[in-house]
Write a protein that binds this ligand. Structure first.
Ligand code: HEM
Length: 508
């Protein structure tokens, strides 16, 4: 029989052991110290967050833990950890954090931000049906037609400074044609200005830590008239724009006002076969949301990659020369490149890979969120943790990509072919696991033909000022969820009379 003193000592000891074990089991990954209540709120909102987070990874390691009010965040800075969590453990890490600002501005229709579940599955299935690898070649005729129109516009606009609107126009016209059967002639078109404005809204609300209502949901109930209530004012102004972007082109298809050779019309035709009225209504909403996000997700991302291409080329006449040698030997001077040339142009492919890596379009990925408690490497990752993959850091790891800031497609080439030992940046730049970008095959196709056709017909040079001096074409990455290189100091000059003839012949 234990004495009362021994019993008390034993009780204290076992409680202490339990607390210690629990503490060890719940050891959170390291990270910068936060403030009481708000945690790391002030650490989060930075001008170039991917660079700040990259510096943190040097202090704290591949996983950096933060807390903003009660929301846990984990910044992942290694390819292995990102793939382990979001790919191998995708049963846990495939959801999305919900955002009050998405709901307030009307962006919550976006499949990219919908938590894992049936609604996400329904919309994602619709996108997959129209963008999987076996289907995307069926869009190549339209893609080719639009790239050729782009070449003609480039020929007409060989000025001191390239008109960048033409690239956005190429991508907008291609996707509006394929998704809605709508023909776009210029960027002043109302459909396009609405999407551009909606995407500005998205860029604004996706700046980490900018809108506190996402971390303190009670703030959504503060009336709009309260001074400094920026989130409510911004949302009230933005919502009608986002709704217009979503509804107007889809309604035009439903009302038969556009060509019916398009994705939205084929989605609607399939839905018509559905006998149940309620299911039909539901499916139509999913189709509208799928079509709406394809435009938004496709245009600005590919625009950013092509901007990286033009900047990289303006900086590197030698790289252009090598690409042209490949194009001259595979395609020759008598025709323009086609999709059949793709597999025979490894250097052109390497240029696209380098564009994806160098100016990482989605530098912090799209955050995933954990739906269960988990452990990684002895650290506790609580359910609800937001996972931010620092794709920029991963794609600028000097051990994998020496001299990472240099634009150098040769890093992917060995003995004249793509070197499989170097990680293809697409494995990171298009995201992870069940949420991997469903438009990646289409994006590669669009970028390939644009890059090959431009290189085949134009020299890309630094732009010149009014005194004829060349401007520095070296860009820096700026932006938010989607980022862009800037400044854009380049111009185009046709390679030869033969090249001009090839371009003009596309109009016939
Ligand atoms: C070079 C161009 C592109 C880049 C760099 C890019 C990148 C990404 C990334 C990083 C994600 C997040 C993946 C994740 O959560 O892990 C994503 C998601 C998505 N992308 Fe893309 N993308 C591009 C083009 C496209 C195109 C052309 C389309 C449509 C045809 C598209 C449609 C989507 C959609 C719908 C999602 C959301 C997927 C989901 O949450 O389930 N993207 N993309």
């Amino acid at each position: 029989m234990l004495s009362p003193v021994a019993a008390i000592v034993l009780a204290i000891l076992s409680t202490a052991i339990l607390i210690l074990r629990r503490k060890r089991l719940h050891t959170l990954p390291p990270g910068p110290r936060g403030w009481p209540f708000i945690g790391n709120l002030f650490d989060l909102h930075q001008e170039f967050p991917w660079i700040t987070y990259s510096k943190w990874s040097k202090t704290y390691g591949d996983i950096v833990f933060l807390r903003v009010v009660s929301t846990p965040l984990l910044i992942v800075s290694s390819a292995d950890v990102a793939l382990e969590l979001m790919d191998k453990r995708s049963a846990i890490y495939s959801s999305r954090p919900t955002s009050i600002m998405d709901v307030m501005t009307g962006w919550d229709f976006n499949v990219s931000f919908i938590p894992y579940g049936q609604q996400w599955r329904n919309i994602r299935r619709k996108i997959h049906e129209h963008f999987h690898q076996m289907i995307t070649p069926s869009y190549r005729d339209k893609q080719t037609k639009h790239v050729h129109a782009f070449l003609r516009q480039c020929l007409a606009g060989q000025e001191r400074q390239f008109n960048h609107k033409l690239i956005r126009q190429l991508l907008a016209a291609t996707i509006m044609d394929i998704i809605y059967g709508i023909k776009i002639k210029d960027m002043d078109n109302d459909y396009i200005t609405t999407v551009v404005k909606s995407l500005e809204v998205l860029g604004e609300i996706k700046q980490p830590g900018k809108y506190w209502v996402d971390y303190m949901p009670f703030l959504q109930y503060v009336p709009q008239w309260v001074p400094r209530n920026t989130s409510a004012k911004f949302a009230a102004h933005s919502r009608p724009i986002v709704e217009k972007m979503l509804n107007r082109p889809f309604n035009a298809v439903r009302n038969g006002e556009t060509s019916n050779n398009c994705v939205a019309a084929s989605m609607l035709a399939k839905i018509e076969l559905q006998p149940d009225v309620e299911r039909r209504r539901e499916e139509e909403i999913h189709a509208k949301h799928a079509a709406g996000i394809i435009y938004a997700a496709a245009v600005e991302t590919t625009f950013s990659v092509l901007q990286a291409f033009f900047c990289g080329m303006a900086m590197s006449p030698d790289i252009q020369k090598r690409a042209r040698q490949e194009l001259d030997s595979v395609v020759g001077p008598e025709r323009l490149p086609t999709y059949d040339d793709q597999d025979h142009l490894p250097y052109v492919q390497a240029i696209f890979m380098e564009c994806l890596r160098w100016m990482t379009t989605v530098p912090l990925g799209v955050p995933h969120s954990a739906t269960q408690d988990d452990y990684y490497n002895g650290y506790f990752i609580p359910s609800g943790t937001i996972i931010i993959p620092n794709a920029w850091h991963i794609l600028h790891n000097p051990e994998e990509y020496p001299e990472p800031d240099k634009f150098n497609p040769d890093r992917f080439i060995k003995d004249g072919v793509i070197n499989p030992m170097i990680r293809d940046p697409a494995a990171i730049a298009f995201g992870f696991g069940r949420r991997i970008c469903p438009g990646r095959h289409f994006a590669k196709d669009t970028a390939f033909l644009a890059i090959a056709s431009i290189l085949h017909t134009f020299d890309i040079k630094p732009s010149i000022d009014e005194n004829g001096h060349e401007l520095d074409p070296t860009p820096q990455l700026h932006g938010s969820i989607i980022s862009f290189p800037s400044p854009l100091n380049y111009r185009l000059k046709s390679r030869s009379e033969g090249a001009e003839k090839l371009i003009r012949a596309t109009e016939l």
